[in-house]
Design a binder for this molecule. Sequence first.
Ligand code: S3P
Length: 442
Amino acid sequence: MTADTPQPRHFAPRGPLTGRIRVPGDKSISHRALMFSALAVGRSRISGLLEGEDVLATAAALRAMGATVERNGEDWIVDGVGVGGFLQPQGALEMGNSGTSTRLFLGLLASQGITAVLTGDASLSKRPMGRVIDPLSEMGARFEPSPGGTLPLLIEGMEPAVPITYRLPVASAQVKSAVLLAGLNTPGITTVIEPVPTRDHTERMLAGFGAQLDTGEEDGERVVRIHGPADLKPCNVTVPGDPSSAAFFAVAASIVPGSDLVIENVGLNPTRAGIFTVLRQMGADIEELDARDVGGEPVADLRVRHAALSGVEVDPAIAPSMIDEFPVLFVAATLAEGTTVTTGLDELRVKESDRLAAMAAALAEAGAKVKEMPDGLVIHGSGGKPLRGTTDTAVATHLDHRIAMSMAVAGLASSNGVEIDDVRPIATSFPGFAALLYGASA
Ligand code: S3P
């Protein structure tokens, strides 16, 4: 993060959101575009890359292992080293706040004869790495994590690694991707079985880079097989706008009366678009305009108009397709008529913060009626009446960008506004968020 001390900020109530905006590139796709370009032999060009701190941590780690990663005008150019071609990094790989960088790099390193130490900030250093250590150890890598299976962590890759068949015990695209990436440099077929499908950017993009990859359904489960060692060819990648970032604006426009906002170029991959489905179930007015394909991903412009929302019971089966959007959904629920019930969200407790506890506390601080359950929140909405907002105490964001942005959106639809203890983490995924929010609202 740019500054060493917390940066509090007050998000005041605002008038309608109108006009046209564009959110930055998709974070998940940006990490993968850099990593796969670095594994191709030759030069790839990436446009629309998210220049957030998490993605820049990925870029820096790739440079430390021999790839050339440079900004060139609006694009990024990557000269790759080839699968199996990473160099031994000289110092620790700094992962900052980024769980995606960490877990995907552990996959990449597991099948290369490299020893590396990965470090992270206070939030990342609490997050569980056992979920990737387990399958990658089966493939032959050796790990020395900190107590509790956390960072700082040393990994010693195994070359050649052993191909495995791994059924995911938790619905996690990061774990799936870590195993598939380890499979890239592993002779034979590495298989991942997903009882519950998660975001599929790794599969889509690896196929685009020329990896031999089979995906299908067997006995109601998603099965992905990667043939190694793979040979990746350089690509031109266009990164669509991040639906997770667009979600803050979709909720803001839905809850602030008089809003009529177009969010351009939003990625709508079905494994990511659950938030828009649930908002529509609540009565949100979200129209898809100019549906098209961008870089192998479905994309549209979203026109969002203010609407009266009703509480819903959210089907836990939709959770993986909106796993990062629950904090802002909880904000929408506080303004809805009636009660919103969410369940099956244990995974939210191991994100950048414990998002169930953090959002329950933050929303209560802002005057909402919210009850924290072991695996979800129950929220009694105000029926469109603005939230009170904070009084003396700022909401605690626990180094979590999505808590900060969600509560900023809550501030727009409140009487007092919402004071946030620290906005620095927003730069991990959405540089320019506050300026865009204030520019779009009156
Ligand atoms: C991501 C997967 C999700 C998500 C994270 C990005 C990815 O994490 O929460 O923000 O890019 O693969 P999990 O795999 O832990 O669910």
